[in-house]
Design a protein around this ligand. Structure first.
Ligand SMILES: *Cc1c(COP(=O)(O)O)cnc(C)c1O
Length: 234
């Protein structure tokens, strides 16, 4: 068994434990293996171990890597998407976790209409209000919701967040709770369903599962340390 297969099993076991603690069902949690900073060879090892959903956060890297891999993989985009890269993103990715502004949503809608697509997206929320992060503030998202719902090419399936970097994994819990509560408020206020919550990374995915995550995005715990910088910042 490869080291990556081994680590993948450990992550899945940790997810199962969190599922048990929270009295949830395993089928409700999907693991996105984050491959940024890692070569296609490593992705293949994870694929051989049964992993099918992968996440990338940089378009340039994704465009080089994805064509090297079998076409049955499901790729998710999790980074900041520039408006001039939307067409490429829609051709490569089955789900965009990181729609972080109304302008970006409108651009995705425009391109999707031109290209005859109905992309699945999540809305990224900067729940802690960090100046260094992309994403809607909870207030801006509520205020933008009517306009977002007019974009009928978009299948808005839920919310995503990246909590502030912290020493303690437990520090993330309140932000995960905030995202879940925001989801409940939006569902009630706008009479819609936002079933997906994308939250939790290597250090805190167990806590995210306890608090309702349906997607966890895990890189380092599966693939080890990366070549380059972690999260892109504005
Ligand atoms: C890199 C990245 C991850 C994975 O981070 P790890 O700490 O390596 O698990 C998750 N989400 C986003 C948005 C990322 O950029």
């Amino acid at each position: 068994m490869s080291e990556i297969a081994d680590r993948l099993e450990q992550v899945k076991a940790a997810i199962k434990e969190a599922v048990r603690r929270a009295n949830r069902s395993s089928e409700d949690i999907k693991l996105v293996a984050v491959t940024k900073g890692h070569d296609a060879d490593k992705v293949r090892l994870a694929l051989d171990a049964g992993q099918l959903i992968f996440g990338e956060s940089k378009m340039q890297e994704a465009r080089a890597k994805i064509p090297l891999l079998p076409s049955n993989l499901e790729w998710h985009f999790i980074g900041h998407l520039q408006k001039n890269k939307v067409r490429h993103a829609l051709s490569l990715f089955g789900l965009i976790h990181s729609v972080d502004s109304l302008e970006l949503a409108e651009q995705i809608h425009r391109v999707a209409r031109e290209d005859g697509l109905y992309p699945r997206v999540l809305l990224e929320v900067n729940v802690a209000g960090e100046g260094t992060k992309f994403g809607f503030s909870p207030e801006t998202l509520s205020a933008s919701m009517e306009k977002l719902l007019v974009l009928d090419r978009l299948s808005i399936e839920g919310l995503m967040t990246i909590p502030p970097i912290a020493e303690e994994a437990e520090s993330s819990r309140r932000y995960f709770i905030s995202l879940r509560q925001l989801r409940e408020k939006l569902e009630a206020d706008f009479k819609l369903k936002l079933p997906e919550l994308s939250m939790g990374m290597t250090d805190d995915f167990g806590i995210a599962v306890e608090e309702g995550a349906t997607f966890v995005r895990v890189g380092t715990a599966i693939f080890g340390p990366r070549r380059q910088a972690k999260i892109e910042r504005p």
